[in-house]
Design a binder for this molecule. Structure first.
Ligand SMILES: *[C@@H]1O[C@H](CO)[C@@H](O)[C@H](O)[C@H]1NC(C)=O
Ligand SMILES: *[C@@H]1O[C@H](CO)[C@@H](O)[C@H](O)[C@H]1NC(C)=O
Ligand SMILES: *[C@@H]1O[C@H](CO)[C@@H](O)[C@H](O)[C@H]1NC(C)=O
Ligand SMILES: *[C@@H]1O[C@H](CO)[C@@H](O)[C@H](O)[C@H]1NC(C)=O
Ligand SMILES: *[C@@H]1O[C@H](CO)[C@@H](O)[C@H](O)[C@H]1NC(C)=O
Length: 693
């Protein structure tokens, strides 16, 4: 293979005496290299023929690895890369690198992944062959998710995908090599370590395994063909891009999935990068004091690498030589594959593995940086100096996410609602809403949320070792947990932030924050739970405490203190306390048809127009064939998925209506470029007893 097409129409039989006929091939002397190549060709032809035979009854018409029927047009190559923003990345270097990609021969285009404005600016300077894909999932710190990037590349309309760090300059040989490989009638993944430019001259003298890649794996170039075919048998976990482990993990898993041939082209120089990459956050420097230092993200990746796949748990019997791994070597002016006998690359992967294992003993020790203990200190000992040691207190999160008017959106969720939480978060991401925080009611939800990149904190008051599902209706635990929301809201109001509390079963069509804020100070705006289409909407107990906007002013804080106090004493959920305190029992504080005035604070309670903020019963909107367009006609900001009995029905109703934005099986937000058909609505959810209304 990969030899000029005039030779070797038919591979000769192996000669006796040539060592390694069956895959001990690299032990063959170099001059027997052509034989190696020919033998491999034979294997591949067999594979190709088998595939053909199984997929169609047409008799195979050729017997070379080149697909003779295929026009020799240059393959379409799409290069994907996520430019990191400073200080992790340098815009100048990125521009230089992308220019080198555009200068490559052949049909090459570039897709920059991520929503940062600098990516758009860069694309704007470089012309039509560079586009930006902003719909990549990313953590609240702005770090893109590797699984989302790979999924986007897999959706490419392209013959070959290349994925690499945005600072790597590609050399023309990359395309030469990929064009040759594109004629391969098999699925493959090619990996190559790029070189540090200052040592480029010594490139030929230093063995490939001595090319220390950046610890985050940033120097690795990956390319693969037929992107619509899977890379690996399992699921790619939610690695944070550029935070270590993911490149090695992926390569290892592709190899062990045995669905693609893996070519290690590290003996070639395909890419170069400056003396070093832009400084990345390093493990162990978490206390640098910089707001939102990203070092915890390395802990996330180590954790994922350790618990998913077989990267850290090689299952016996361990094969030293993967039947799928080949080294690409240059021979004269052509390339050859050799069985990686003492695979430098595999050793490299394994070396990385040891590092991951060494650091992974208890990932949560490294990760639990928003510890609830700390939060307790924050809340109840008025912020001592200890607070400064932990970069992600609730206060830090609020400071980081809040908008220009110090407003935040608060979602509260426990384990049984985590898919709904994620759908809600995905919707906010789609709308470009970034000023949200999530309160996790239990450790499971907390850890899940960290891995999904959410700005999450634990409720300091909810018992650590009790899961939400153990909290049955009527128990003390249940009462505490259902009253978490008002308590947390009050806490945040006291810290000086306005809060839009939104249950995670509230679907957002548009961002309502501006509108709600415009209602003015000393105004508390809440959804009305009134179901009759006509008549007042502020009747007793019609205040829904699952969606309200509370401003951090004296009147509101005082009123919320009264609500929380009332709720603590009551033995029902917190919702009735809101109405009874703010509008008075039997609604004595009612004002007109849609307001109340709380007399001791002069707080005005506004029941929101139900055309704009419909509850789950209003106009039976959820029963419409097309809920989205029905709400569109009314001008809804949101719709609440309440007034439905049982969690299962609630989930089902929302997914069937299409007001659902999360794929739990891949742990990614649904994207327009995604394969929506792979998402199955029914049967994926762990649904337990309903607990609220
Ligand atoms: C780059 O190469 C120089 C010279 O060989 C070396 O001193 C330096 O450590 C290298 N940097 C990296 C990141 O490998
Ligand atoms: C929770 O932990 C405390 C202290 O460790 C223990 O006393 C209590 O019984 C535990 N509760 C449950 C439900 O396990
Ligand atoms: C912030 O407040 C100003 C002045 O009240 C208002 O014009 C603006 O829309 C608000 N912004 C948001 C995001 O609420
Ligand atoms: C609380 O519950 C008990 C028994 O379930 C009931 O007797 C009592 O009246 C309730 N208290 C309030 C304030 O509703
Ligand atoms: C509420 O408003 C009334 C009338 O404007 C005023 O007399 C009273 O002092 C106000 N109360 C508070 C707590 O601001």
């Amino acid at each position: 293979m990969l030899l000029p097409s005039h030779s070797h129409r038919r591979p000769p039989l192996p000669r006796r005496g040539a060592r390694g006929v069956s895959f001990g091939l690299t032990t063959a002397p170099r001059r027997a290299g052509w034989l190696v190549v020919v033998l491999l060709a034979f294997v591949f032809i067999a594979g190709a023929l088998l595939r053909r035979a199984s997929s169609s009854s047409r008799a195979p018409s050729h017997n070379t690895v080149y697909d003779g029927d295929r026009p020799t047009a240059a393959p379409k190559i799409t290069i994907f890369s996520a430019p990191l923003r400073p200080p992790d990345g340098s815009p100048a270097r990125q521009e230089q690198a992308v220019r080198s990609w555009l200068a490559l021969p052949g049909d090459v285009s570039v897709v920059l992944l991520g929503s940062h404005p600098s990516a758009l600016a860069l694309a704007g300077r470089l012309g039509r062959r560079v586009t930006v894909e902003a719909a990549i999932d990313s953590s609240f710190t702005g770090t893109p998710f590797f699984h989302s990037m790979v999924a986007r590349a897999q959706a490419a309309d392209s013959d070959i995908c290349v994925l690499l760090d945005a600072e790597i300059v590609l050399l023309p040989e990359t395309v030469t090599l990929l064009q040759k490989f594109s004629r391969f009638d098999r699925d493959w993944l090619l990996v190559s370590l790029s070189r540090n430019i200052s040592s480029l001259n010594k490139a030929r003298e230093i063995p490939a395994d001595k090319w220390a890649a950046d610890s985050s794996g940033r120097g690795l170039i990956m390319a693969w063909n037929n992107p619509r075919n899977p890379l690996l048998a399992g699921v790619l976990p939610s690695f944070l891009y550029g935070r270590g482990a993911h490149n090695w993990w992926l390569t290892h898993e592709v190899l062990s999935s045995e669905m693609r041939l893996v070519f290690d082209a590290s003996s070639l120089v395909l890419g170069v990068y400056p003396e070093d990459f832009s400084p990345s956050h390093r493990v162990g420097s978490s206390n640098s004091g910089r707001l939102l230092d990203g070092s915890w993200e390395y802990g996330v990746n180590r954790h994922l690498a350790a618990v998913y796949g077989s990267y850290c748990y090689p299952s016996p019997p361990r094969r030293d030589h993967s039947p799928m791994l080949y080294e690409v070597v240059k021979h004269s002016e052509d390339y050859m594959l050799s069985k990686a006998e003492d695979p430098t690359f595999s050793n490299f992967v394994r070396g990385k593995q040891q590092n991951v294992l060494a650091e992974v003993d208890n990932p949560w020790n490294n990760m639990n940086i928003w510890s609830s203990d700390h939060l307790l200190q924050m809340s109840y000992s008025s912020g001592t100096s200890e607070a400064a040691n932990v970069p992600y207190s609730l206060g830090t999160l609020l400071e980081f996410v809040s908008d220009e008017n110090r407003s935040v959106v608060l979602g509260v969720a426990g384990a049984s609602y985590r898919d709904m939480l994620m759908s809600w978060v995905c919707r906010l991401r789609h709308l470009g809403v970034t000023n949200f925080v999530v309160c996790a009611l239990d450790q499971e939800t907390y850890e899940f949320s960290v891995l999904q990149g959410l700005p999450v904190f634990r409720d300091p008051m909810s018992p650590k070792n009790v899961s939400f599902d153990d909290c049955h209706f009527g128990t003390q635990c249940f009462k505490r947990v259902t009253k978490v929301k008002s308590r947390i809201v009050l806490e945040i109001l006291r810290m000086g932030y306005n809060v839009l509390l939104s249950d995670v079963d509230v679907y957002w069509f548009h961002n309502p924050v501006k509108f709600l804020h415009s209602l003015g100070p000393a105004t508390f705006a809440a959804q009305s739970d009134e179901y009759s289409e006509t008549g007042p909407i502020n009747l007793p107990r019609r205040l829904n405490s699952g969606f309200y906007y509370a401003r951090s002013d004296r009147a509101t804080i005082t009123a919320m203190e009264m609500v929380v106090k009332h709720a603590t004493k009551s033995n029902s959920s917190e919702q009735p306390s809101f109405y009874d305190v703010l509008c008075g029992k039997e609604g004595v504080n009612r004002l007109g048809d849609d307001r109340c005035l709380e007399p001791s604070t002069n707080l005005t309670i506004v029941f929101l127009d139900r055309d704009l903020f419909p509850n789950g019963a209003y106009r039976r909107l959820w029963d419409r064939r097309d809920v989205r367009s029905a709400c569109g006609e009314l001008g809804c900001f949101v719709i609440h998925n309440n007034w439905v009995n049982g969690r299962k029905k609630k989930l089902r109703r929302q997914m069937v209506s299409g007001l659902w934005d999360y794929d739990p099986s891949s742990r990614m937000c649904l994207q327009s470029w995604g394969d929506a058909g792979s998402f199955r609505v029914i049967g994926q959810f762990h649904v337990s007893d309903d607990m609220d209304s």
